[in-house]
Design a protein around this ligand. Structure first.
Ligand SMILES: Cc1cc2nc3c(=O)[nH]c(=O)nc-3n(C[C@H](O)[C@H](O)[C@H](O)COP(=O)(O)OP(=O)(O)OC[C@H]3O[C@@H](n4cnc5c(N)ncnc54)[C@H](O)[C@@H]3O)c2cc1C
Length: 266
């Protein structure tokens, strides 16, 4: 590590000012991505503005089927929230699959969404549930928020304050984890609500999280695992890396979508 100025912000307003005043400031929430990046010098901010102690960024509220999760809420808090469990257990399940206990107790939903790692779990849920990302300045729908690998629609000095979504009638999530990191080698979040079906895939796309038209089309006709038998998910826009080929990931999308549907159907 190298020298860095640390600031503990007490309010959103203070965090915005600290960020604006810094030479090359960076927000830090759980530090689960940023600290490793700093250790390897992939990131070298002059100042860290810590959001962890800002009360207004933390907490979960559920009103009817509308869920609002503060950006500073940890994965463990989402995983164990009884109100979310009642109406959207798939999200608790997803949060519980992230990393290990340390990562789940430190990492936050806001940090995960801002980072938009192509193998992160939350982006799939947010895209499938058509969530809205709230910032200090505006509201951004998930379709417009995730713009590419580690890229989002956030402006330089913009802070995510919360995410909001309406819990769908049915939702399920399944991932094939990388055995070392637990990040998704492929993960699929499926939703059925009224007549609409949405299926978002993480860990597999060359350009980050995306919706699978093939999976959605098949499940719109019949929301059952059998409907996915023999469907062809093209591998051309999928990722090949040391862990798996694009063709293997195409197969994983179908396999994970089937498991997610089983969960969604209870
Ligand atoms: C060993 C290990 C295993 C992991 N496994 C998984 C996994 O299986 N699935 C998964 O999804 N993730 C996984 N993660 C990542 C983890 O979920 C992190 O919590 C997440 O990527 C970042 O959240 P954070 O709160 O730690 O953010 P930080 O590291 O503090 O910040 C990450 C980035 O987001 C920015 N940021 C933070 N908060 C905000 C905000 N409110 N508004 C705007 N920008 C903000 C920061 O400036 C930084 O650029 C893993 C991490 C580790 C170390």
């Amino acid at each position: 590590m190298y020298e860095v100025n640390y600031h503990r912000a007490g309010s959103l307003e203070e965090a915005l000012k600290l960020l604006k005043d810094a030479d090359d400031g960076k927000l830090i929430s759980g530090g689960q991505t940023l600290i490793p990046a700093m250790k390897t010098r992939l990131a070298a901010p002059s100042d860290l503005v810590d959001l962890r102690h800002i009360a207004e960024l933390r907490g979960i509220s559920v009103s009817g089927r509308t869920v609002t999760i503060g950006a500073g809420t940890t994965h463990a808090e989402v995983a164990s929230n009884a109100d979310i469990e009642k109406i959207c257990p798939a999200l608790c399940h997803l949060a519980n699959l992230i990393g290990d206990p340390h990562v789940r107790h430190m990492g936050t939903i806001g940090g995960s969404l801002a980072n938009n790692d192509p193998a992160a779990d939350y982006p799939a849920a947010m895209l499938a549930m058509s969530a809205t990302i709230l910032t200090n300045a505006r509201e951004i729908v998930a379709e417009d928020f995730f713009t590419g690998l580690f890229e989002t629609a956030l402006e330089e000095d913009e802070i995510i304050t919360a995410v909001r979504f309406d819990a769908p009638a049915k939702a399920g999530y399944a991932k094939f984890p990388n055995p070392a990191s637990r990040y998704a080698m492929t993960g699929v979040f499926v939703v059925q609500d009224g007549g609409a079906v949405r299926a978002a895939v993480t860990g597999a796309g060359d350009d980050g999280v995306f919706r699978s038209a093939e999976v959605e089309e098949a499940l719109a006709k019949d929301f059952s695992p059998a409907a996915l038998d023999g469907i062809n998910v093209p591998a051309d826009a999928l990722m090949t890396d040391i862990h798996a080929s694009a063709a293997y990931r195409a197969g994983l999308i179908v396999a994970m979508a089937k498991r997610a549907v089983v969960m969604a159907n209870g």
